[in-house]
Design a protein around this ligand. Structure first.
Ligand SMILES: C[S@@+](CC[C@H](N)C(=O)[O-])C[C@H]1O[C@@H](n2cnc3c(N)ncnc32)[C@H](O)[C@@H]1O
Length: 262
């Protein structure tokens, strides 16, 4: 099938491909300035057809495949903001963050830093293990990580326009970000991140007019941020139903069509 047929929605510089990111041929190599994404976490979230509960080794192989692919698509000064959990407890304890960072480095990504997203989600604090006993207590950190990488050089090769304010720059260069998660009910997706996350990554790490990719678009949050902050945006999502949700969010929250009419 041609790329033209994979386009689910396009308006101006924003495009959604309904495709499998691992096999898509719709994005040019060396063309992306910034990748902002949250891949499937392998914690048995019920997506429409994607199986989010595979053996951990297979999950790391999948991780390696897509990290290699985004590496090829990034420009030499391209950056990657990767939102992943710190730990996994469902189906056995795993150091997900540490393992994914190791895979990213192995496929060529240069490590820059990590932002701790303090999600303050205390509702997850139900699994204590052995209550009030040292027999087998469980420790759970109510945070997620945003690991930041670059392809070959951190300093951007071209000059450009930054739209970050003084206050935002001072606050966001402190690597603990505190803001709440998104409501699954509101955006009708089982694992969305809040707009604040791609908004901060985009304003801090890219220029106005840069090209931003989300290979696991879900409900379209990254593209909404691209539309609001004038970046070119490419999103890939395997599920048609989520493409539809992303399109509707772009129209409502990204005001994408209205803006083209004025
Ligand atoms: C954690 S969610 C992303 C949520 C998104 N950040 C948001 O704010 O809505 C991961 C998404 O990846 C999609 N997905 C899984 N495998 C994929 C693949 N091979 N190619 C493209 N999308 C895929 C799933 O359908 C799911 O919507």
């Amino acid at each position: 099938m041609q790329c033209r047929d994979k386009i689910f929605f396009k308006a101006g510089d924003i495009v959604i491909y309904n495709d499998d990111f691992l096999t898509t041929e719709c994005i040019k190599e060396n063309s992306i300035d910034l990748i902002v994404t949250s891949p499937p976490y392998n914690v048995d979230i019920h997506y429409e057809s994607y199986k989010d509960d595979i053996p951990y080794d297979a999950y790391l192989q999948f991780t390696e495949k897509w990290l290699k692919k985004v590496y090829k698509l990034a420009k030499d000064d391209g950056r990657l903001c990767l939102n992943i959990p710190l730990d996994k407890s469902k189906g056995g304890q795993q150091s997900v963050y540490a393992d994914i960072v190791a895979v990213a480095k192995r496929v060529g990504w240069q490590y820059m830093s990590t932002i701790v997203w303090n999600e303050q989600n205390i509702s997850r604090r139900t699994a204590w293990g052995s209550w009030l006993s040292a027999r087998a207590p469980y420790v759970i950190a109510p945070v997620e990580m945003i690991a930041v990488f670059y392809k070959k050089r951190w300093k951007k090769m071209k000059e450009g326009i930054s739209d970050i304010t003084r206050e935002e720059f001072i606050e966001w260069t402190n690597g603990v970000w505190t803001f709440p998660g998104e409501s699954r009910k509101r955006v009708k997706h089982p694992a969305p991140f809040p707009l604040e996350l791609p908004k901060r990554c985009i304003k801090l790490f890219s220029y106005v007019g840069d090209t931003v990719l989300d290979p696991f678009l879900g409900s379209g949050t990254t593209l909404v941020a691209c539309a609001l902050y004038r970046r070119k945006g490419i999103g890939v999502e395997i599920e048609r139903k989520y493409c539809e949700i992303a399109k509707n969010r772009l129209i409502k929250e990204g005001m994408i069509l209205q803006r083209r009419l004025v």
